[in-house]
Design a protein around this ligand. Sequence first.
Ligand SMILES: Nc1ncnc2c1ncn2[C@@H]1O[C@H](COP(=O)(O)OP(=O)(O)OP(=O)(O)O)[C@@H](O)[C@H]1O
Ligand SMILES: [Mg+2]
Length: 463
Amino acid sequence: MARNDSNFVCQDCGHESLRWAGQCAGCGQWNTLVEAPRPNAAPAQGRRGGRAKSGEAARPVALRDVSAPAVERLLTGIEELDRVLGGGLVPGSIVLLGGSPGIGKSTLTGMALGNLVAAGRKTLYVSGEESAAQVRMRAVRLGDSALDVPVVTETSLETVLGTLEAVRPDTCVIDSIQTLNAEGMTGAPGSVGQVREAAGAILEVAKRIDCAVILVGHVTKEGAVAGPRVLEHLVDCVLLFEGERERSFRTLRALKNRFGATSEVGVFEMRGGGLVEVEDPSARFVGEASGAPGSCVLCSMEGTRPLLVEVQALVAPTEIVPPRRVANGVDRNRLAMILAVLARHGGPGLAGADVFVNVAGGVRVDEPGADLAVALAIVSAHRGEPLADPEGRPLACFGEIGLTGELRTVGHADRRLAEALKFGLAPVLGPPETERMQGLAPQATIRAALGTALARRPQEAAA
Ligand SMILES: Nc1ncnc2c1ncn2[C@@H]1O[C@H](COP(=O)(O)OP(=O)(O)OP(=O)(O)O)[C@@H](O)[C@H]1O
Ligand SMILES: [Mg+2]
């Protein structure tokens, strides 16, 4: 009997097991199981699903007959944020905003609430991490309307729920979910049990009072939002705010969105007056692109928007075996594949060299269309030959590389091309398309693309 009073919960994934083990059977992490008292099953179920317990049969309703009042989305006034959310916050929805420390989560949410207040909405900012004075200091930086946001500094879950019910705001920010402490639960704030309990209770209240809640969450060192994966299933939308702290660019992307497209990306720049939307990020990145060896412009797609980013590579001889492969902003496995294809299909063999690849500006490109840019940047770095044309305009390209060395088509070729042409970066190297496209220099294989790219500076090749 006593044995059943507690079980062991993985602090990473929320997996529960009756016995302690060194490795979690759910996610494979080591030393993450912590003993936790079993939540008393009866009251917990009673709160969330009381009807199911009573044994009454529920009556299914045809979707056509379900009444669904047209919901008006709450516009945060930050265009990039609204776009990533799929057109603003949906009333009654829960958004999880994750990001590493100091990236600007509080700044972003503070600005959004300020704009909502200015638009006549009722807002609430719950700060569990900072004192009201500290929140005020940030608000002063963000402008006048941010100072009108009502704030409570509270870490008790029960008090927060009570405040929500009493204030009934349209939008509420909880900064952060890891600081909330549910009374009935043992375990430190931020542990899986606490976070799950807090999020579940907030979810229930938010749906009832039709309040859009933004939960701010920390990311684990592996980069997963809020550690416990349980939270990702619970919420309607998961946003990840990322970027290098030293650089001013930040990107906001949706990992999950029940009300809009994922893979939308918003680009911001951190300035003294808060986060500034970068409306034309391509212009910034192309402007910064150097025509130096190892640099190449990638026409990528970020959600529904084409984005030009600079891919940089550095190839340095090394004695270390195996040599280092460092990828920032692109997938490491993808880099390994590109190096292997290069070695077999017309490129250099780099078994004796360290290879570093970086997408400038702290942007992440998670699409196969980046392959060609990575390959060309590496070859350019290896040979020490720039890919820019004699006038110094960088080379733009896109395309997936197949294992047999062929270039494969990727989605939205027309839009990628149009974005590059906007900046005068023609001709653009890309995979062959079924129809002829203005400004595209189609290449069937990586070997052909290398030949074309390296022939852009005939006078230097001869020198
Ligand atoms: N005056 C300023 N000018 C420019 N940038 C600033 C200024 N003050 C703060 N910042 C930037 O704001 C960042 C902090 O923002 P914010 O507090 O919103 O981050 P956060 O993600 O909420 O952090 P935490 O995880 O600690 O809560 C700092 O890292 C810094 O880069
Ligand atoms: Mg913060």
